[in-house]
Write a protein that binds this ligand. Sequence first.
Ligand code: FAD
Length: 488
Amino acid sequence: MDSLARLSRSHGQTLYDIYSLRHGKCFPRISDIVVWPVSHEDVIQIVKIVNKHNIVIIPFGGGTSVSGAVSCPKDEKRCIVSVDTSQMNRLMWLDESNLLVCFEAGVIGQDLERELHKRGYTCGHEPDSYEFSSLGGWVATRASGMKKNVYGNIEDLVIDAKMVTSRGVIEKKSMAPRMSSGPDFQQIVLGSEGTLGIITEVVLKIRPIPECRVYDSVVFPNFESGVNCMREVAKQRCQPVSIRLMDNTQFRFGEALRPVENIFGSFLESFKKSYLTFVHGFQLDSICVMTLLFEGKKSEVVSHKNRIAKIAMSFGGVTAGERNGERGYMLTFVIAYIRDLALEYRVVAESFETSVTWDKTLSLCDNVKKTVAIQCNKLNIKYYLISCRITQTYDSGCCVYFYFGFNWTGLDNPVLIYHRIETVARDTIMASGGSISHHHGVGKLRAHWYEKYTSETVLTLYNTSKKILDPKNVFANGNLISVPRSKL
Ligand SMILES: Cc1cc2nc3c(=O)[nH]c(=O)nc-3n(C[C@H](O)[C@H](O)[C@H](O)COP(=O)(O)OP(=O)(O)OC[C@H]3O[C@@H](n4cnc5c(N)ncnc54)[C@H](O)[C@@H]3O)c2cc1C
């Protein structure tokens, strides 16, 4: 079988994956065979065959995993088959009277949206990876889109998800919007990370395309006032479709990417530096920026925008216009891929995220930044960047997304060093009240914390379910359950 086909289904998008590929380093294990089922029935047959012959299967959607979830366990002696779902990408049906749609699970996010748009609808799920990630991958990892405030996270959008397990098919027999009929065992599909079965078809809620889409941005004197403003917006439950807050480092990083020499030059084309510093007394090395996206009817968007602007003003915010809002929003799409370019310049970088309650948000951000700084100093890393942004808000807390990168000139094995520092940072996150992950999932990279921070009873429940649904452990991609990092 074509080795490139096998290789490209045996990695995701972690720093380790991309660095290894760019430096011609071999992965310890790749899949032996790739198959491309074209329907739910094909998947049933595949699962039967692999059980009969004791073969391992790893579902593969868009391959955008940043948790090592699609990589092959190094010590697996059995034959490994990657099940590439890309050919299962049909729109099965669209029910306009109930605003529901059924797609095959291999459809890629932007293709799904294009099909819906043609018919006047949207599902509104837009993770930053939506140009490459698949519907099945979203469900398997419990993904979160940047417009979740209005449309919901993937778990809010899914009405039914068919999953083929070694035991049979898990599916709902009804499309009813809600049911009180015992524990909802179908929830086990969400976040299963390819360890229990293959998701083949998904029924989602849809909505008509909104009349208009408007960006906005607000500058705050410092991160704390920005966070307090976000907290107030969440308290009043008036979040627009997307609301994000970059810290000062990330703001300046974004400015540095502009094709101008002066880092403040371009932003201040539309928003004069002197206005911020002299009139408002802001310090350019502490300001932070909130980007906003509104969707809906024109009149509603205008009044919503005004309401947010009023709240922002009461926290010392100054509105900075639509253009900066749009630019900030788009930056989050491209920033991950800048990491790949940075590798050319001896810079390794990666993001890691968490969720945390409001009362612990600022201290968590602070603790993580200090931890990373201490680790860098210890290792004599002079040039590094650690920054964060708040990307999602909830009644009781938010999602914090960190970027960390450093120039590794003079150091050996930068990826290992990066992982060591990230590990200490994750320990700090956990000690500061954060979660293992808000949306990237556990995969193999965070399995160590999954076992540590999940109750014994829940671990037993998971293991028992796994034994029942997959008695021969053919879905043995090693996610959720610990694999030592050295074995990755
Ligand atoms: C640039 C970038 C930005 C990102 N932004 C976001 C974001 O905003 N929000 C977010 O939630 N995530 C984000 N991610 C992470 C990633 O895109 C998500 O985890 C996504 O849901 C993975 O989908 P995928 O189709 O690429 O899955 P894959 O990477 O192919 O697989 C991920 C896991 O799901 C399993 N899987 C895939 N398809 C199926 C299936 N049909 N049945 C059963 N299991 C399956 C795999 O076995 C694996 O365990 C980002 C990643 C990148 C690289």
